[in-house]
Design a protein around this ligand. Structure first.
Ligand SMILES: [Zn+2]
Length: 171
């Protein structure tokens, strides 16, 4: 795993949820040295040494300043997968991101738009067999809420979340 340190915004919430703002230990140490962040928590059993100093690797840091971001949920492939919890709308199996595609419910060739209400998550083989048909029973597709995406995120990164982070990641 390469993400060792969670980065919090100046308000104590993750800097970004989707994807979760986390960096490797070297970047985390650099952020501490350049005084951009303050350390909230350190690994109790992980120390790095240079000839002159000994340094505990941080597991959570917080930006000294608050950065304002738009709270609007961006339409993107990754966010569509999160909304649909990495589940193919047609065969209802759960897949890894690399095995998923975006399917246009009303095909583009028939005037379907690329928007939250016309795209759904499909595995590669279902997408191929659906091709440019319009199915009788259309999958549900709506604009997700922040909470919807968070639920999807829990599924996708459950085993990558470090225990220390849990209380900071709840919505
Ligand atoms: Zn499928």
């Amino acid at each position: 795993m390469s993400n060792h340190c969670l980065i919090l915004n100046g308000n104590g919430r993750p800097l970004s949820y989707f994807p979760l703002s986390a960096v490797d230990w070297k970047t985390a140490v650099k952020l501490v040295f350049t005084r951009n962040v303050i350390v909230i928590k350190e690994y109790s059993d992980w120390v790095v040494r240079s000839p002159s100093i000994t340094f505990k690797v941080p597991s959570i840091v917080m930006l000294r300043k608050y950065h304002k971001f738009s709270s609007k949920i961006k339409f993107s492939r990754s966010n569509v997968f999160l909304r649909d919890m990495y589940t193919c709308s047609y065969c209802t199996n759960v897949f890894e991101k690399k095995d998923l595609t975006i399917d246009h419910i009303i095909p583009k060739s028939k005037g379907g738009k690329t928007s939250w209400d016309n795209v759904t998550t499909s595995c590669k083989s279902c997408n191929i067999s659906k091709a440019d048909k319009i199915l009788e029973k259309l999958p549900e597709a709506t604009v997700p809420t922040f909470r919807d995406l968070l639920k999807g995120q829990e599924v996708s990164i459950k085993d990558k979340i470090i225990k220390d982070w849990e209380e900071y990641i709840v919505a």
